[in-house]
Design a protein around this ligand. Sequence first.
Ligand code: PXG
Length: 458
Amino acid sequence: MTSRTTAELQALDAAHYLHPFTDHRQLAARGARVITSADGVWLMDSEGHRILDGMAGLWCVALGYGRKELAEAAHRQMLELPYYNSFFQCAHPPAIELAQRLTEVTPPQFRHVFLTGSGSEANDTMVRLVRHYWRLRGEPGRNVIIGRWNGYHGSTMAGASLGGMQPMHEQGGLPIPGIVHINQPYWFERGGELSPAEFGLRAARELAEKIEELGPRRVAAFIGEPVQGAGGVIIPPDTYWPEIQRICDHYGILLVSDEVICGFGRTGSWFGCEHFGTRPDLMPIAKAMSSGYLPIGGLMVADRVAEVLIDKGGEFAHGFTYSGHPAACAVAVECIDILRRERVVERVRDELAGHFAARWASLAAHPLVGEARSVGLLGALELVPARPARRFFGKRGEVGTICRDLCVENGVVSRAVRDTMICAPPLVITPAEIDELVARIGRALDQTAAVVARERRV
Ligand code: PXG
């Protein structure tokens, strides 16, 4: 692809390329790490370093890098029909095949999908569809959607509004009207003296309190990620989701399970809602749907909503040029077929999750770690100034950043969310690679502890 040196690439990058979620002065000073190729769970950078990708790209490369079948599916479709749309009474085979596949692998209430180019677009679609649905039902005043602080639902105006990331809200006058937030089920930070089970119920009941405060006939839907990903792999107590479901049922509001990260096997179930036992009405999906090989997302729509939309809705005035892009659909079809053929999800559930949980839990003995939690192939470590403790460093985020950089120096990608180290490797990782992942993070923790001790950061 390129014969340029790393320094040349970094200079051009700093000169011309605005990156997502990046401080550009910092980037220009350090120079970007340039990733040039990858295979399996291993990345290669422009300096020839091999790095274990503990984040599956951005939570998406479920099948790992270098899967020829996915590249060939795109290639075949590009030659046959590189683009056509599904507007104006048209369709094409890959979108139709994908829609059918999705209804086979999602829970039984889902027999329809609206295709998009990303998870953010799926959530924008959700906002439009939910409000349209309640108007069709004769309740146009039911237009408020409740999300959670520190939730993440994308970066478009609606996606960032549904999410509860304050720095995102501050840069753009968000949230848009009609979106409000409740607290997250983050026991480590917010549980106080309550047991996780008690705290899970308490956190869920904030939904009922918010509905009462707003007026039950104004609330259209509640949205949450089964496990908050970008917020720091926050795994709710077992009591949380059943209580949320009960409250949604009680008030008759729609439940939206944002499966952009948890979908397609991440938790060891096909979808996070199955792991936690909820019955959502709407499910945004993306990321592992195509293993990230091409951009695609979608909104799964349960029968109860789809019937109203189809019978009474007329034209749903919404859609994107790349809704159901043929090449992306062809890759997603192949990706789902591989997930099924190779029993990838079952292997996560029956073999890998247990091994990962045991190895990950071993990191809890480290003096810097206040909690090690995991579900499926999602893990988080809470870095703390002293153990045993649910305490935080004075200036949050500094130690996490040190640890993240040391992870890369030790040849492993792990993200830092404040001082929480997180991990979500490709679902095709082997047990031996899990051992390697944990060993490398362990080394980075030792080195981080040495820096903390030297600089006396508490
Ligand atoms: N919902 C959830 C739950 C997500 O995690 C989106 C929606 C938006 O999807 P798109 O495809 O529009 O990005 C996401 C995306 C991070 C990080 O830093 C997480 C995401 C995206 C970028 C960075 O963890 N999640």
